[in-house]
Design a protein around this ligand. Structure first.
Ligand code: AMP
Length: 284
């Protein structure tokens, strides 16, 4: 496995692969890798000749400096896992490599897709994501790139940027990998105390209840949200950042329960912010 921190070295290696006619798959991450990240790698290995992973905790996408400071870093374990899974190249840049002080910052956004969900409650987050991901796309020149559907809004925002700016690559969404109790795997889960981890299991249970009530015939979106909020909040210490029902393409709030809806939530368990979502088909 090749590990590179330098941009010129990276471009040299990519150039060699391109000259050999090999296709490139790219999985951007912030490290502290788990089985969900490895699903991206596996999908990439099935679909392309060479798989690149970037590991970079991107400062520009954190709107909360405390969250950035506490983001877990486990580079040695990450590299071991990547090697085991057959990643071909890990790009591990330093902050000053990605953001030289001589450069004037740029801001990219897809306003319509960022109006709700994390775009509303984490101002500046997607600007930071689009900035780093577009830089990484130019540096790694992938044919295909792989993003987890756990971060569904991120997947949509990146897909829209690729379409809008004619990046010559395909964005592929990879299903969410979950723990036994259904909690979505996340690098942030290691920050949960034992008690908070128990509280976090309310999230998958809420999604189960959401589906059950829909199958039971619930048609009133306001009532549905109230039932789900009550379930999460009654007797628990969890705080809701948002609980929204939007359409899965434009991410605008749904007025009625019909067709396919995206039920998306962000909660704070202790100090840890967790997100999850599911697309639910409403029976007609
Ligand atoms: P992160 O390191 O959290 O920025 O995530 C890097 C990539 O892995 C993103 O495309 C995430 O959506 C994806 N990812 C994170 N958690 C999961 C999961 N539980 N299942 C599938 N993909 C995930």
């Amino acid at each position: 496995m090749i590990v590179i921190s330098d941009i010129l070295e990276l471009k040299k290696q990519i150039g060699e692969w391109k000259r050999e006619g090999l296709s490139i798959g790219f999985c951007p991450t912030m490290g502290s890798l788990h089985a969900g990240h490895m699903d991206l790698v596996e999908t990439s290995k099935n679909e392309t000749d060479k798989t690149i992973m970037s590991i970079f905790v991107n400062p520009t996408q954190f709107n909360d400096p405390k969250d950035f400071a506490q983001y877990p870093i486990k580079t040695d374990d990450d590299l071991r896992l990547c090697e085991e899974k057959g990643v071909d190249l890990v790009f591990l840049p330093e902050v000053k490599t990605m953001y030289p002080e001589t450069k004037t910052p740029i801001s990219l956004s897809i306003p319509e897709l960022q109006k709700h969900l994390c775009g509303r409650t984490r101002p500046g987050h997607f600007e930071g994501v689009l900035q780093i991901v577009s830089k990484l796309f130019h540096l790694t020149e992938p044919n295909k790139t792989f993003f987890g559907l756990k971060d569904y809004q991120q997947y949509r925002v990146i897909s829209a940027m690729v379409e809008n700016l004619n990046f010559p690559l395909e964005v592929i969404g990879v299903p969410t990998r979950r723990e036994k109790d259904g909690l979505a795997m996340s690098s942030r889960n290691v920050r949960l105390s034992e008690k908070d981890r128990e509280t976090a299991s309310l999230i998958p249970r809420m999604f189960a209840l959401a589906k059950k009530t829909i199958l039971g015939g619930e048609k009133d979106i306001r009532l549905w949200k109230e039932i789900l909020r009550d379930f999460l909040l009654t007797g628990s210490s969890l705080r809701i950042d948002y609980l929204e029902v939007v359409d899965p393409i434009h991410l605008q709030p749904k007025e009625r329960l019909e067709g396919e809806v995206l039920l998306a939530i962000a909660v704070f368990v202790g100090e840890v912010r967790l997100i999850d979502n599911q697309i639910i088909t409403i029976p007609s």
